[in-house]
Ligand binder design. Structure first.
Ligand code: ARG
Ligand code: ZN
Length: 479
């Protein structure tokens, strides 16, 4: 209901009014205006994202001081109201909010819990109207942690010479106020100010950079819809190089000079060119208007971080990647970035496909065939981190929040796809994959939709197959 008055009361009042022969009471200013939901109802993160509006654009203006880790930000969001809004929420973890404007006017705000920013504009926002929110905030971003990302810290992270961002799945809101869920993609402009001599690397293309008052500012723009967890803002010393791939995609690579002579770091730009072009041959047109890499130095005392994230247009590697790492992260530009998960239950659609593309890449380059990689994983699943459920216990299409990046999501996910390829044949599997990507481009897709499309494209009844591989724990024996 879009009404503040409970329906029963309204009906009773209307009935009473009818009996008494009275007119309906005049609508007061905020009747029919309701708060937006504080979450989007994701099964694993019920409070992540917010209801009642749809963000079109984020302008993230930040200044970062690596000496103190202090970040000062002004975020301007342009959004469409999807209901009559009396108030609405943004996700923001920690940080101190100084002021909030809605449509240029002072708005009141509240912090409910440590992750929500509740904003009440002076006047309700009408459904379908466009509005802007500006949030001024500062503080030292606090990383998230726990079992979700391999027990590593994630979010906005200090590095040896600056900072980097690993936002997946709910860490974007560690450094900017957001509708922090892949269901609400938007365009982004990043304007980042750093001490002179350092660089800031964002998504998309560098629009311009300038120096003023002993500081350098970098303006980046991503012109295709992007989920909040894929935003990057890597700060530090970088060797930057640019080129254009054979298929015409502008490329920008940024390498931390501390690892620039590492053999894998030396290969990353050329490999990125090759993988970007070649995946286009398998999967269809590259979905974005730039490609590249950010190669960091993984050693951040006291932690040795070694992880990567498919930050849109330009994956972030916490240490120099090997070939299959580049194939993995760039395949995510299609699976994950262009087609994102509908809810965080669906991570196998990202990680299973990215792992399968690693296998396919090897097969295409005279290495092990994907079918043989399937066999190896089937006979000998990879070792599992201590304290995690055994490999065959994970239900791929609903692994629980803490196991959403369990090794089985990657390997059994890829095995599911390879078994499907084997079952329906190469041509239909590639057609299914390309149709999936085309139908959900710049949007999201769910497991249910994937299963339905697979059935349709193959003309086979795949219910038992998917039940076994995706919805049932235990090692599959027949399928
Ligand atoms: N999607 C990443 C990959 O497999 C894994 C998760 C990284 N996320 C993070 N916050 N570090 O490529
Ligand atoms: Zn991945």
């Amino acid at each position: 209901s879009r009404h503040r008055i409970p329906p029963a009361l309204t009906a009773a009042a209307a009935a009473g009014a009818a009996v008494l022969g009275l007119c309906a009471p005049a609508a007061s200013a905020d009747i029919g205006y309701e708060p937006g939901a504080p979450g989007l109802g994701d099964p694993y993160f019920p409070d992540l994202g917010n209801g009642g509006y749809d963000v079109r654009h984020y302008y993230l203006k930040t200044a970062y001081d690596p000496g103190t880790d202090e970040l000062t930000g002004t975020t301007t969001i342009t959004a469409n109201a999807t209901q009559n809004l009396s108030r609405f929420n943004l996700d923001l973890y920690g940080m101190t909010v100084r002021w909030v404007h809605v449509n240029g006017r002072d708005a009141s705000f509240d912090r409910t819990g440590e992750r929500e920013l509740e904003i009440t504009p002076p006047k309700g926002l009408r459904r379908s109207s466009r509005f802007t929110v500006t949030v001024r905030y500062d503080g030292v971003p606090r990383p998230l942690g726990g079992p979700i990302i391999f027990d590593l810290p994630y979010g906005f992270l200090p590095t040896r010479d600056g900072a980097t961002v690993m936002g997946e799945p709910n860490g974007a809101s560690t450094w900017f106020p957001a509708n922090d869920h892949p269901r609400d993609k938007a365009l982004f402009t990043l304007e980042t100010t750093v001490p002179q001599g350092l660089k800031a690397i964002g998504n998309g293309h560098l629009v311009r950079q300038w120096t003023a008052h002993g500081k350098d500012t970098f303006l980046w723009r991503e012109d295709r819809p992007m989920a909040t967890y894929l935003v990057t803002n890597s700060i530090g010393r970088f060797n930057v190089s640019t080129t254009t791939t054979r298929t015409g995609v502008p490329q920008l690579d940024a390498v931390d000079p501390e690892v620039a002579s590492d053999p894998n770091a030396l290969k990353t730009p050329a490999l990125t060119t090759r993988v970007t072009d070649e995946l286009t041959g398998y999967l269809g047109a590259y979905p974005f208007t730039s490609t590249g890499s950010i190669v960091e130095n993984n050693f951040v005392p006291p932690l040795n971080l070694d992880n990567a994230l498919e930050t849109q247009t330009r994956p972030t590697y916490q240490s120099p990647p090997v070939e299959k790492g580049v194939a993995h992260e760039l395949s995510h530009q299609w699976f994950g970035d262009s087609v994102s998960v509908r809810t965080w239950k669906d991570t196998w659609l990202n990680e299973g496909y990215a792992k399968w593309v690693e296998w396919y890449w090897a097969e295409k380059h005279g290495g092990q065939s994907a079918q043989s990689a399937f066999r190896d994983a089937y006979d000998n699943p990879p070792p599992i981190q201590e304290g995690r459920p055994p490999f065959w216990n994970i239900v791929i299409a609903d692994p629980t929040r803490d196991q959403m990046f369990h090794r089985a999501i990657y390997f059994r996910g890829a095995m599911t796809l390879q078994a499907l390829r084997h079952k329906i044949g190469d041509d239909l599997f590639i057609r299914l994959t390309r149709t999936w990507l085309a139908e959900h481009e710049y949007s999201t897709g769910s497991t249910e939709e994937y299963e339905a499309l697979a059935g349709k494209v193959s003309g086979q009844n795949l219910e038992a197959f998917f039940k076994t591989w995706l919805h049932t724990p235990g090692k599959p024996t027949t399928w």
